[in-house]
Design a protein around this ligand. Structure first.
Ligand SMILES: [Zn+2]
Length: 611
């Protein structure tokens, strides 16, 4: 909270300053590009920020950098769904171009990606300019002293080649841009946990190989009009391990954001209006689940910074804002590489410890929601009024240009709505091969049972299972109520064991705990367990029901009470017969039972390496 007060206080004196922001940014950007030799202007600079390059033009510029400089290498990290190369540009000093070489040379590794939403092109043009200033003009070469810089200029390649002037209705340029979804119309920024897209699988391989120390994802907003040219977000609630959270708070809020503002930008936390027609009602922060890239990297114990430039600002101002924020982050990593290294070491160790011993009282949050508590925030908006609309028939907000500063409530305090104590191991039966393939894709260290084993496990039985009314990201989301159970279960040879004493254990926790919003259960990976496969014919159950009641007076009374007190039940022949089927030995004991086990005592079973 003190952090928020600090932020409001820090911004307060800048009341009139922002009037001049746009022109300051503009003048500085022009003077910077004037120092660049004409042949090294990026495609966006050459077009005076009217255009963003095509996939081929962006790659051609990267290759030109590679030919001219020993600091740049262009490679690829996989293929898109439609088979296009996913480009990766590596910038490094002293030949630290591989994960091994970077570690050996003591370099931090930073991964920046652009165009995960291929209509939001700002990061691509910012990154090419930054690489040029590292490798050609040398104004940013020092940013590679302690860092190997990995840059994905176009992540959603298939979306990027679906170019049109009409892909981003809210956005002020460039002239043409790519499309949000992949070739199969998946949003890669919802795919980080379920990993359905080949692009995500490739990204996870890249991540596992490099284990970057810091990650940035570049976007452009939708939403309200205001004066900030850049908004930013990092996960900052109870779901982030302490050493990581405290590094991000002090680095981003106290140094990186002010340094970016000193370059002539105006920054705010990524925000949503509580009431889209009235900014005065307050703004809300953002809670990212790990389906988002910058919600995912904290599960890998690494800082993730989301950059969202403001869609209505001109393209130059947005690209320069992205450039400045990425450069300021690099600046901070170079200034004090050891403090980041220490925070990551401590985070890795504390998360591995969570799974190294079982303590039912030590709970890790799985989902969060905002409370009604707020802090005052000085919001740098623009004038607006609400008018009646003949078109929509409702109210509409009309924004003007005059700057208006408003003290508004900022809702950014979260409370935990679901949490769990991590077990020592999860055990997944081998037939759930899609689940196992996703666990492996996330780089988790896995084992297999060498022989059949009967294990005492905790697990869940589900009730109130509901499917969403429409498809989301190619899947139909499932909600349910889980009731914990403890029982002996036979796990066949080959069952996959996830030991939780490992740095990435929170990924396993968020995938395998059904209450997590990005769990396998929630994304529908376990749908068949909710399906009843055998049914009794009515005339068969009729006979059985009479026999059961004759033998069991209590059962008879229970049935009669239910008929008397539950009118829905009383008028459904199917439910009344089902009452007896469910209580008979013919009932499927595995129905609605989670096949995954949680083991909370040391495992004696013989295990072999995962293959
Ligand atoms: Zn986006």
């Amino acid at each position: 909270m003190s952090n928020l007060n600090f932020r409001a206080a820090r911004r307060a004196p800048a009341l009139f300053y922002c009037l001049f922001v746009a022109c300051v940014v503009h003048a500085r950007a022009q003077s910077q590009s004037m120092n660049v030799p004409a042949e090294w202007m990026t495609p966006a600079e050459k077009s005076n920020y009217r255009e963003t390059p095509t996939y081929e033009e962006a790659l051609a510029y990267a290759r030109k950098l590679e030919r001219a400089s020993r600091l740049v290498r262009v490679t690829e990290f996989g293929k898109s769904g439609a088979g296009r190369a996913l480009p990766l540009i590596v910038a490094a000093k002293n030949g630290a171009f591989t994960p091994e070489a970077a570690r050996k040379a003591g370099k931090l590794v930073m991964l920046v990606q652009a165009n995960i939403h291929a209509g939001e092109t700002d990061g691509g043009d910012a990154g090419l300019a930054l690489l040029r200033d590292m490798a050609i003009t040398h104004t940013c070469e020092r940013l590679l002293d302690h860092v190997t810089f990995l840059f994905i200029p176009v992540y959603n390649v298939d979306g990027y080649v679906r170019r049109s002037p009409y892909n981003r209705i809210n956005q002020n340029g460039p002239a043409e841009m790519g499309w949000r979804g992949t070739a199969t119309n998946l949003n890669l920024n919802r795919d980080y946990m379920k990993a359905d897209a080949p692009e995500t699988r490739a990204w996870l391989r890249l991540w596992n190989e490099w284990n970057p120390d810091l990650f940035i994802d570049c976007h452009v907003t939708d939403g309200a009009d205001f004066r900030y040219n850049v908004t930013y977000q990092y996960e900052q609630h109870q779901n982030v391990p302490e050493p990581l959270l405290s590094w991000m708070k002090s680095a981003f809020d106290s140094r990186i954001v002010p340094a970016t503002e000193a370059q002539g930008n105006l920054l705010a936390p990524y925000l949503t209006l509580r009431d889209s027609r009235d900014p005065a009602k307050g703004i809300e922060g953002f809670i990212e689940t790990p389906r988002f890239s910058t919600g995912y990297t904290p599960l890998r114990n690494r800082p993730g910074l989301l950059i969202e430039t403001h869609m209505l600002k001109d393209y130059r101002t947005r690209v320069r804002g992205t450039y400045d924020l990425v450069a300021a982050t690099l600046e901070e990593m170079n200034r004090d590489p050891e403090s980041l290294r220490r925070a990551l070491r401590e985070t890795d160790a504390s998360v591995a410890d969570e799974g190294g011993s079982y303590d039912p009282a030590r709970r890790v949050p799985l989902s969060l929601e905002f409370t009604e508590k707020s802090e005052p925030f000085l919001f740098k908006g623009v004038e607006y009024r609400v008018e009646h609309s003949d078109v929509s028939g409702g109210d509409m907000v009309v924004y003007g240009r005059r700057p208006v500063d408003m003290l508004v409530p900022y809702f950014n305090e979260a409370r935990v709505t679901a949490s769990v104590a991590p077990p020592l191991y999860y055990v997944v039966p081998p037939q759930w091969s899609d689940v196992i393939s996703v666990l492996a894709a996330h780089g988790l260290q896995l084992k297999r049972l060498a022989e059949d084993a009967t294990l005492e496990v905790e697990s869940y039985r589900f009730s109130d299972v509901k499917w969403a009314p429409s498809s989301f990201e190619g899947r139909v989301l499932v909600t349910q109520k889980s009731t914990p159970v403890r029982e002996q279960r036979l796990f066949p040879r080959g069952s996959v064991v996830v030991p939780m004493r490992q740095p990435a254990s929170r990924v396993a926790l968020y995938l395998l705990e059904p209450e997590s919003p990005d769990s396998f259960v929630a994304w529908g990976f376990f749908n068949p367990i909710f399906e009843q496969k055998e049914y009794g014919e009515a005339y068969v159950i009729e006979r059985m029901a009479r026999e059961m009641m004759a033998k069991d007076e209590n059962l008879k009374r229970e049935f009669e009470r239910k008929v008397a007190t539950d009118p829905q039940f009383a008028k459904s022949a199917r439910a009344r017969l089902g009452f007896f089927y469910d209580r008979s030995p013919y009932h499927d004991a595995q129905l609605n039972t989670y096949p995954v086990g949680r083991v909370t005592t040391p495992l004696a079973a013989k295990m072999i390496e995962f293959r």
